[in-house]
Design a protein around this ligand. Structure first.
Ligand SMILES: *Cc1c(COP(=O)(O)O)cnc(C)c1O
Length: 391
């Protein structure tokens, strides 16, 4: 039997049939079950920060699982405390910061919703076209009606705003607990916020006593050329949510609070069996430690600029969005899925978040060779799709 058959028989119908069955990875490359090699410019959607099978991550996970994998939150462990300190330092939350560990992005968003509830105010603001996850609370914040509609009623008192400072000013009031925003809307097609939005949002939320929560799930772990996306804007948020890239492939999420927001959740108000267990926190320490040691935040900024400049001149390319190694390519015609197919046929994995956008999120380890190979394959895939689009 083929894997396609097994997949369509065994996996819940909520997922579309995948395009390949992957069996192995190394560095920026993966191999499928037919032996085809692909350059992976998606990294499991901004997850595999160090690429595949990185020796530092392999060693850390192997050592930790042979030492102590899980103990429940009745007990502290050294990797958990080390990761909490690392996240406080890298985020700038510092000594007044606190960390809650979850197992995924959506779950960390749920913790942020509970944090917002603790202000005693009922309303939460998020943005249209945002993505915050698929659990019921996170879905309530997600700004895409098509994802929400089948599951209503969701959380009440959530408003999805236009991404303008005026819309925020108009929506703000004494009933608002929090505004939650992505620095770059990844799932929407890698859409940047308007210039100055986060700085204005910081002022407006602070002056109304509302929390500013930044969803760094896709933009964190150095991907945008800073440790976290909000750091490009020089603001201090009340909380950030991280997941995806901080684990480098192991499931982990985290809510990091800054300042007074660190006192909102009190004993007994939240918890998770797996959250922050020594296995995943040891893995995350290894990933973030290696990003730091190898200068991969700087590499993300530099490779992002190189890619940006090279992509801008390719056929079908209308605009290049995003920062660092989270790149959105706006196409001049709605052929994104054809581009993804043509790329795969050339041994390149990319992703189409919508009809006219390509998302690139390669591992942060890419160098000259991967950039050159990508440009050659992507240019060829664009050219093939452009000729199809006009015929
Ligand atoms: C992926 C993502 C989520 C959800 O994370 P999961 O781990 O899939 O639950 C939330 N917000 C953003 C910005 C994301 O990219």
């Amino acid at each position: 039997m083929t894997w396609q058959h097994d997949y369509s028989e065994r996996i819940m119908k909520s997922a579309a049939l995948p395009s390949a069955e992957l069996v192995r990875g190394e560095g920026a490359y993966v191999w499928d079950s037919e032996g085809t090699k692909y350059l992976d410019f998606l990294s499991g959607i901004a997850v595999n920060s160090l690429g595949h099978a990185h020796p530092v991550l392999v060693e850390a996970v192997s050592r930790q699982i042979a030492t102590l994998a899980h103990v429940s939150n009745y007990f502290a462990t050294p990797p958990q405390l080390e990761l909490a300190e690392r996240l406080r330092r890298l985020s700038g939350a510092g000594e007044r910061g606190r960390v809650y560990f979850a197992n995924s992005g959506a779950e960390a968003i749920e913790a942020a919703i509970k944090l917002a509830r603790r202000t005693g105010r009922p309303r939460i603001l998020s943005l249209q076209n945002s993505f915050h996850g698929r659990t019921m609370g996170a879905l309530s914040l997600t700004g895409k009606a098509s994802l929400r509609e089948a599951f209503e009623p969701l959380l009440p008192n959530v408003s999805h705003l236009e991404s303008t400072i005026e819309a925020l000013e108009k929506a703000m009031g004494p009933d608002v607990a929090a505004l939650i925003v992505e620095p770059i809307k990844g799932e929407a097609g890698v859409i940047d916020l308007p210039a100055g939005y986060l700085a204005a949002a910081r002022e407006i939320t602070a002056s109304h006593g509302a929390l500013l929560i930044i969803d760094e799930i896709q933009t964190g772990a150095g991907r945008t050329g800073e440790w976290f996306g909000f750091q490009h804007d020089g603001i201090v948020p009340d909380a950030i949510v991280a997941a995806k890239g901080i684990g480098g492939g192991v499931p982990i999420g985290a809510l990091v609070t800054f300042g007074e927001a660190s006192d909102l959740l009190i004993a007994g108000q939240h918890g998770s069996t797996f959250g922050g267990n020594p296995l995943v926190t040891a893995a995350s320490n290894a990933v973030l430690g290696e990003i730091e040691r190898a200068g991969l935040v700087e590499n993300a900024a530099r490779r992002g600029e190189e890619l940006n400049a090279a992509i801008a001149g390719l056929p079908l390319v209308d605009e290049v969005r995003g920062k660092g190694l989270l790149i959105g390519v706006g196409l001049s015609s709605p052929v994104a899925s054809a581009v993804v197919t043509e790329a795969a046929a050339r041994g390149l994995i990319i992703n189409a978040p919508n009809d006219s956008s390509i998302r690139l999120a390669p591992p942060l380890i890419i160098g000259d060779a991967e950039v050159a190979e990508f440009i050659e394959k992507f240019a060829s895939a664009l050219l093939a799709s452009a000729s199809k689009g006009t015929s």
